[in-house]
Design a binder for this molecule. Structure first.
Ligand SMILES: [Zn+2]
Length: 228
């Protein structure tokens, strides 16, 4: 009874959502900014694992020995090591975190990775860890909204099969990438999904690649809520 009660107490306060930095925390392309942001959140930078982020579809299973490193070719990380922190840096792309009782992870989901099938990749990766996607709770963080994600010919072709998620305004086309991500998450069996309604272009608290044209990024972190 007592461990269960403790678990509930530890689990509830921070909820199921990822931790995400804002512009005021500085760009997370700088290690010192990551270190101080995590410190403020009561987390230790030494435990962080990140991916190289090449807009691909690779999700890697990471272990304790990966702490403090950057995993080559990875746009997604999943682990069952409770001490680990997994993170992605984003500006307009969507950070997608997920967790179950036993595992947790995070994905960098931009239009390229989503089109290449990074979310579908998750089913196999979590199976390796003895988990099913049906048991995962997802959180989709801030990202560029359909209000601002204008797409040109090349992308229109790639997203042809998602025509229901494309809006036409003033002879321009806009992609609702958030809704596509949500659809794909449901397709892999997810029953619990929370989602932010923040567009990073509209909301000046976050960096936006399309608005700012720079290399500045926020960081999204996921961690185990299940320490016992
Ligand atoms: Zn917007």
């Amino acid at each position: 009874m007592l461990p269960q009660l403790l678990r509930l107490i530890l689990y509830l306060p921070k909820g199921d959502k990822m931790i995400i930095s804002e512009k005021k925390d500085g760009t997370m392309t700088k290690v010192e900014n990551i270190t101080s942001f995590l410190h403020r959140e009561g987390l230790d930078c030494k435990n962080l694992v990140m991916g190289e982020q090449i807009h691909g579809k690779n999700i890697f299973v990471v272990e304790k020995e990966d702490m403090g490193s950057i995993i080559k070719d990875a746009d997604g990380l999943v682990t069952k090591e409770k001490d680990l922190l997994v993170g992605v840096i984003v500006a307009d792309c969507f950070p997608v975190s997920f967790q179950s009782e036993n595992i947790f992870g995070i994905i960098h989901a931009g239009w390229r990775g989503v089109e290449r099938g990074i979310l579908e990749e998750l089913t196999e990766r979590v199976r390796i860890l003895g988990e099913k996607t049906e048991n995962l709770k997802f959180d989709v963080g801030p990202g560029i909204g359909v209000c601002h994600l204008e797409i040109k010919e090349d992308m229109l072709e790639k997203f042809e099969r998602f025509s229901g998620f494309i809006e036409k305004r003033d002879n321009k086309f806009y992609l609702n990438l958030r809704k596509i991500i949500e659809k794909k998450i449901k397709e892999i069996g997810c029953k619990e999904l929370s989602t932010s309604n923040i567009c990073t272009f509209c909301n000046n608290d976050y960096y936006s690649f399309r608005r700012d044209k720079g290399d500045k990024r926020v960081i999204a972190i996921n961690y185990s809520r299940n320490k016992i």
